[in-house]
Design a protein around this ligand. Structure first.
Ligand SMILES: *Cc1c(COP(=O)(O)O)cnc(C)c1O
Length: 519
């Protein structure tokens, strides 16, 4: 420490712009781990001394301290508040993540989900005390069946991927009942990763069907791959390139002609809800991501819910439980008879994600059938506005129009030395969460943008202006180094995301112990 910094009371010399004494950046506060703030013995509560007692734990009694940090209540409150302020959310700004449908969650939904009669329910309460909750599940099921044209819906799956598992297990059970064992499941190249992962988890060999020049399933390639060893074809419609699969009726017929089932990944149902009923397209099973199409905060903000609608051939193999409605009111069918007894049993504990059910039904009923039709129309309109405006500087992967999301590749960055990743990182400095990058895999360096219907034209124009300006900067010829350094304004800059995912450090060690371990 030099003399004058000592004179200043230990302050460091004047920092460079952007550097601070504390590491804080304006009101963004550096936040250590709770364990690093530990003051042994400090507590936020005063508990009375326990009365004298004889332990019955025997040799199961703890011998070493529990190792929890000692903290006061304000320290804990500030810790979690600061962490929450580091989070970007749909409530902070436009969240253009394609495929994820990050749309505004109307506050009405939250008000309904917080009604004590819903929020304070226990799943094991006597049936007579939860008649309203069962009626709500039944009413939501009715809407989902009406919107998809399907005769049955399994409400319990906890997310889209879980719904895929439900659908494929039902298909497996239906094939079993036919006395057939089939080994292959076909998925398009552009499929979301959960599709092949689910098929593999169910023990099937997964085969990719290539896309044609317009970004849709190559019908000839599909027909060539189909035979009586194929259990199912899994298709997302609109697909992950944001395009409607125009051949879907012919696809369904070809799949059914070899006795296979047609599974639809319904994550993009928000683009067609109120306009197209999947049953009319020949779909046998489809999950609906309630947390995408029917709002609900998700993606770090809350849980999901993935009910699966089932056609007549698969309905008998749906998982338990079922809400039933008889003269005694509503009930839950928890034991199956007939073919269902051989089917899935339960997929999860209890009956599904009640909070999501309440939000989804509030969303559906407050929009009504005409409002839902407008939702899908506006989602498609917003995406096409982005596609048209951004096509001036970016390279659209396929000719438009698109459905609910706009897909670009990195053609516009060719020769600039700037990558899709660099481009997305620069967007963070401008106050935007990046779009989905490098997915779908069918195009090079993909940038997939889903604005949703809840963004205003002003907000879209602001986003378009920023992306356009960044694209022009990238094309100036000597901007690669600048882009490689982005983001410049975040508390942390470029992280090694691969190492963080592959070699996560999940265990905190006290400094002394960590030094011992290293030494
Ligand atoms: C989000 C998504 C899934 C997976 O849904 P989760 O609810 O995240 O499990 C599957 N397919 C597509 C196309 C998706 O966008």
């Amino acid at each position: 420490m030099n003399d004058w910094s000592q004179a200043l009371g230990g302050f460091k010399p004047l920092p460079a712009i952007g550097e601070t004494q504390t590491g804080n950046r304006a009101l963004q506060i550096e936040e250590p781990l709770l364990f690093e703030k530990d003051s042994p013995g400090r507590s936020g509560v005063d508990l009375p001394e326990p009365p004298p007692h004889t332990s019955r734990l025997g040799n199961a009694a703890r011998t070493a301290p529990i190792g929890l940090p000692g903290l006061s209540e304000p320290q804990v409150v500030r810790h979690f508040t600061r962490l929450s302020q580091k989070n970007y959310s749909i409530d902070s700004g436009l969240y253009p993540l394609g495929s994820c449908t990050m749309k505004h969650n109307p506050r009405l939904n939250e008000k309904m989900a917080r009604l004590p009669g819903f929020a304070d329910l226990h799943p094991l309460q006597p049936i007579s005390t939860v008649q309203g909750a069962l009626e709500l599940i039944d009413t939501l099921a009715h809407w989902l069946k009406a919107l998809t044209g399907m005769p049955a819906v399994a409400m319990s799956p906890a997310a889209g991927a879980h719904g895929e598992l439900c659908g494929l297990l039902a298909i497996h059970a239906a094939l079993d009942a036919r006395g057939e064992t089939r080994h292959r499941i076909l998925v398009p190249e552009s499929a979301h990763g959960t599709n092949p992962a689910t098929a593999a988890a169910c023990g099937y060999a997964v085969e990719a069907i290539p896309a044609n020049g317009s970004g849709r399933v190559d019908l000839d390639a599909l027909q060539a791959a189909l035979d009586t060893d194929v259990a199912a074809f899994m298709l997302t419609n609109p697909n992950t390139c944001g395009l409607f699969e125009n051949d879907i009726i012919a696809i369904a017929e070809a799949v059914h002609a070899v006795g296979a089932y047609f599974y639809c990944d319904g994550a993009n149902f928000n683009a067609i809800v109120g306009r197209v009923r999947p049953a009319d397209l020949g779909v046998d099973a489809m999950h609906i991501n309630l947390h995408k199409t029917f709002s609900t905060p998700h993606g770090g903000g809350g849980p999901g819910s993935g009910p699966v609608v089932l056609g007549g051939a698969l309905a008998p193999y749906a998982p338990l439980p079922w809400v039933v409605h008889g003269t005694e009111g509503f009930g839950l069918l928890e034991q199956a008879a007939g073919p269902a007894a051989q089917a899935l049993g339960r997929l999860k504990g209890n009956h599904g994600q009640m909070g999501m059910f309440v939000r989804a039904l509030a969303y559906i009923m407050s929009h009504g059938s005409d409002g839902l039709r407008q939702v899908s129309g506006d989602a498609v309109l917003n995406a096409n506005y982005l596609l048209a405006e951004l096509s001036v500087e970016l390279t659209p992967s396929f000719p438009g129009p698109c459905m609910h999301e706009a897909l670009f590749d990195d053609g516009f960055l060719k020769g600039t030395g700037v990558t899709t990743l660099d481009f997305a990182k620069a967007l963070i400095d401008e106050g935007y969460h990046p779009m989905t990058m490098y997915f779908p895999l069918v195009v090079h360096g993909a940038l997939l943008i889903e604005p949703t219907e809840t963004e205003s034209k002003q907000e879209l124009d602001r986003f378009i202006a920023v992306v356009t300006a960044l694209a022009r900067r990238a094309k100036t010829g000597d901007a690669a180094e600048w882009f490689r350094g982005a983001p410049y304004l975040t508390p942390r800059r470029r992280l090694d995301e691969t190492a963080a995912a592959r070699k996560p450090v999940l265990r905190w060690l006290p400094v002394v112990a960590a030094a011992d371990a290293a030494g």
